[in-house]
Design a protein around this ligand. Sequence first.
Ligand code: FES
Ligand SMILES: [Fe+2]
Length: 418
Amino acid sequence: MLTAARNDMLTGVGPGTPMGELLRRYWQPIAGASELDANPIKPVRLMGEDLVLYRDRGGRYGLIDRHCPHRRADMSYGWVEETGIRCSYHGWLMDETGRCLEQPYEDTANPKPSKAGCDTTAYPVKDCAGLLFAYLGPLPAPQLPVWEPFTWENGFREIVFADVPCNWFQCQENSIDPVHFEWMHDNWGGRLRGNNVNAAPKHLKLKFEAFEHGFVYKRVREGQSEEDRYWTVGRVALWPNGFFLGSHFEWRVPVDDENTLSVAWFFMRVPKGREPYVQERVPTWISPIRDDSGRWITSHVINQDIVAWVGQGRIADRTKEHLRSSDIGLTMMRKRFFEEIEAMAAGKEPGGIIRSANEAQCIALPNMARELNTDGIALADYDKDPILRQRLKEFRHHFGQPPEVRREFVEAMGISGA
Ligand code: FES
Ligand SMILES: [Fe+2]
């Protein structure tokens, strides 16, 4: 249980709030690079700030204030040029550093040597593994961490977004919550498929460990032992707002205090013998979360998680919760956020920030699926692993995979069943 004031501290993300300032110290994934192929301009709301993301014709990414510095028109209705984005109201041209390059009428009729004072807010953007990351904190920006899976080759990647109408922190608490797999995904998932028993193997033992880039959780379930990878390696609640499960990442990116952008990046290595496989473009798609009647979609794994997150309310009321030993991980995570907020207020750099370019190039995380993804296995062996077998058959994580993405996947894997 938390006091209301402590809950506000964890959940408020606007500029100037303690958590908002902390999260601004880390690069946040906000879009797929391939999203900008069809339309190079995308309005983005991030931590309570309205922004516009674009790729100009020179290939530069920009993330600037949604409102034009002239008289506040919506820059997302402008267009991109060789350098920068132009406002459709009176034609002011802005670049990715926020500089105003042109003011067409003034430049013609009343030229002045400087446009100082007409600059706009701008944030750096970087492209990595098909994802676009933004940094909204004080400069100089730290290095963008290149997690080891981003460097893997011979795999099919895809990026999936979902707009989730609740606060980011309850989504992130799900990243350190092993027991929900048994109940939400196994028992409830089974019931949704028509099974009438709670047949999922029970959790017998849990362990949570802190490390520089987050927390690892480990578990033993019925039928497993301490020799199992779920206990010897575990899964990672990635600091500050991510989740790493071996072959995919998830991030819970705050849009504002009451909305979250769920971002997921998936990797599936092609079967042995299909190499070399080079993916020209990482597809990006948006997963719907409501059905036609307005109820939440429950058929897919992350959709089920979303049912839990939004069910906790727009901002979960932590003054009314009853934490038990299954929740030790999230207590550790909250404590670390409070400590980091305090340390930052005292002028210290928060943990997990990387300043060395060398170190940032390829960062290994505890990973149960490393060999599977770096060495690969023969197609015939996929059948022996229930998760891999299922993954070949259908995309189980998010509802609504577009048929063209399924076709590309099937082609990459060399299987039938588009
Ligand atoms: S409001 Fe954008 S150019 Fe005038
Ligand atoms: Fe889940």
